[in-house]
Design a protein around this ligand. Structure first.
Ligand code: SF4
Length: 434
């Protein structure tokens, strides 16, 4: 049992009202037998009351690691410099790398809890933070090493803080998702396991993140949040299971088919036509609806946005000629605002050992170039913005490809200075890459 009673928390109590589960309720539950939680409630209540966060950072680490601990010290002190909430005066977070695809056994989860509580941790665990990490929140400086040693013995690694190669994420992928276009877990392990030096003994100007999504739904937000995003895609036709498309049609009817599927295709690649007018060519996927009409998808105009596949799961599926698209430069707001990744490899296969080795080499080249050329506190996207995408591609020896466009041209005018030189350069690149 806690030796002290929870504080009065009128501001926090407000967060328990309403239809949604509240973290405050859980903190209060933990506070029944945990003094750190009692003081955390006091600290948070004061912050909400004063509209001010009262945490400050500092330097806390574990032996042999460049990053991975988020230090948090209270700023709430009395006139003698003593913390107002002493049991939560140090409330650090361990950011631990999750397994690829975030697969755990219940036994492993129990062991994680035992190590955390057994090392003096608060008991709070977040699966997972926005960075993808397992977040062990609330531990004193004295106990950080002990908690990390316990987690490390289980095979876990820190990864989520500082100017280093950071925790990587892959979606649940092929294990549970029919949209998966490659082996996400293998890609993650190939890239991360071979670059661990940049995580443990980093010499990078700033953080660098790899993320892996099995399809363009991009469930780990790789395009927005990673310096190098590997996104599954396909280059042949969308596969059709006619029976499942008909099942959808019987339940939803023509109105929903038009408003939810046909009308939402961004490139108007989907049409519904009478069955006897179906164009049987190599680029068209066809599902007969059973009432004399057919759903047709013009795959040469499909941009793999995933909308129709998501609305009719199983009925429409990615093709069989699968691979990945690689983008670089995504990140949250910083110097130049939020950026999405830019395509640098429109399509590459990722099936054989050789393919995975190619992915690793590309990752290594980008990481090396970043380490040597980025300014202090500059992300890859900002570095590319500063030096120009064409120069970055040239340094990576990647030929410029018309498929790298970010959007179709809207201006019909163009300048043709250096046109011939650029065309010759492109032809040379293509020849070298072939
Ligand atoms: Fe259209 Fe292709 Fe998106 Fe389907 S996946 S809605 S066909 S662009």
């Amino acid at each position: 049992m806690s030796t002290r009673l929870p504080q009065d928390t009128p501001m926090l109590d407000e967060l328990e009202r309403g239809p949604w589960p509240s973290f405050v309720t859980n903190l209060k539950r933990l506070a029944q037998d945990n003094d750190m939680m009692v003081d955390l409630l006091g600290q948070l209540e004061t912050s909400y009351r004063d509209c001010k966060g009262y945490w400050k950072g500092g330097t806390v680490g574990v032996f042999g690691y460049g990053g991975g601990i988020i230090p948090r010290f209270t700023e709430l002190k009395d006139e003698n410099g003593k913390p107002l909430f002493p049991d939560a005066a140090e409330f650090h977070t361990l950011r631990v790398q999750p397994p690829a695809g975030m697969h755990y056994s219940s036994d492993l989860l129990r062991k994680l809890c035992d190590v955390w509580v057994g090392s003096g941790g608060s008991g709070l665990i977040a699966l997972h933070g926005q960075s993808g990490d397992i977040m062990f929140q609330g531990i004193s400086t004295e106990n950080v090493q002990k908690a990390f040693d316990g987690l490390n013995e289980m095979g876990f690694d820190l990864g989520g803080a500082g100017p280093a190669l950071r925790t990587s994420m892959s979606c649940v992928g092929a294990a549970r998702c029919e949209m998966s276009c490659y082996d996400e877990a293998r890609a993650l392990r190939t890239v991360i396991n071979n670059n661990l030096d940049d995580m443990h003994r980093p010499s990078l100007p700033y953080k660098f993140k790899f993320k892996f999504s099995g399809c363009p739904n991009d469930c780990v937000n790789a395009i927005q949040r990673s310096d190098m995003a590997t996104i599954g895609t396909w280059r042949d036709n969308i596969r059709v299971d006619e029976k499942l498309v008909q099942d959808y049609y019987q339940v939803h009817g023509m109105h929903d088919l038009y408003t939810d599927v046909v009308g939402h295709c961004p490139t108007k690649a989907i049409t519904v036509v009478p069955s006897d007018q179906v164009k049987a060519d190599a680029h068209t996927s066809v599902a007969r609806l059973g009432d004399g009409n057919a759903l047709c998808i013009d795959n040469s105009n499909c941009v793999r946005c995933m909308h129709c596949l998501n609305v009719i799961p199983g009925g429409l599926r990615p093709g069989v000629d699968k691979g990945v698209t690689i983008l670089v430069g995504g990140k949250g707001v910083l110097k130049i605002g939020a950026t999405m990744g830019s395509v640098i490899i429109p399509f590459m296969k990722l099936e054989t050992d050789e393919d995975f080795d190619k992915l690793y080499q590309l990752a290594r080249n980008i990481l090396d170039f970043f380490a040597e050329n980025a300014l202090d506190h500059e992300r890859t996207g900002e570095m590319i913005e500063r030096i120009g995408l064409a120069n970055f591609l040239e340094a990576m020896n990647i030929p410029v490809d018309p498929n790298m466009i970010s959007q179709p041209r809207s201006n019909p005018y163009f300048r043709s200075d250096d046109w011939d030189e650029q065309a010759a350069k492109w032809a040379e690149f293509k020849q070298e890459a072939a």
